[in-house]
Unconditional design. Structure first.
Length: 159
């Protein structure tokens, strides 16, 4: 009996699931990079300091306060009033208690003790240190009660 062999054909591979996965990964990394960029605000130019260094581990429960000035496209200050920037929202430090209280309520709502939350302050190099101290005091007011703080600066490299 003669058996007829059929020609071997390469199996067809459906690439549709692979393309779907690639697009999902691209979308995921775009969203993640967007969150990282939200913490940094171009209106804030950090001071340079010999002791400044990036944190060795990422803080789990932290939010960033960007304190700076309104600047034009060239980076020149157009308004000497220091503001706290929350995305598109800008608030004077003197009027920031309600917004800080909202942040504290958010962490309490999700069950995070305020003692575990780190407030990262990114202050422009031209913001007076007394204003940063005032902001820290506002963060410690009754009803807000944050206790951990970190100040951001750019590391100054010795020549």
């Amino acid at each position: 009996m003669k058996i007829k062999s059929s020609g071997s054909n390469a199996p067809d591979v459906d690439m549709t699931p692979m393309i779907d996965i690639v697009f999902q990964l691209i979308a995921f990394f775009m969203v993640i990079s967007n969150f990282e960029q939200q913490q940094a605000d171009e209106r804030v130019t950090l001071p340079k300091n010999q002791l400044a260094k990036p944190p060795e581990v990422k803080r789990d429960d932290a939010f960033t306060l960007n304190v700076g000035f309104l600047k034009d496209k060239q980076g020149e200050i157009i308004d000497r009033t220091p503001y706290i920037f929350f995305g598109d929202e800008q608030i004077e430090v003197a009027n920031s208690s309600n917004r800080l209280r909202q942040e504290a309520q958010f962490y309490q709502t999700i069950g995070t003790p305020l003692e575990d939350v780190t407030v990262e302050i990114r202050a422009d190099r031209e913001v007076q240190s007394g204003l940063v101290q005032t902001l820290i005091q506002k963060c410690q007011e009754e009803g807000i009660e944050f206790q951990r703080f970190a100040l951001k600066a750019t590391q100054k490299v010795s020549p």
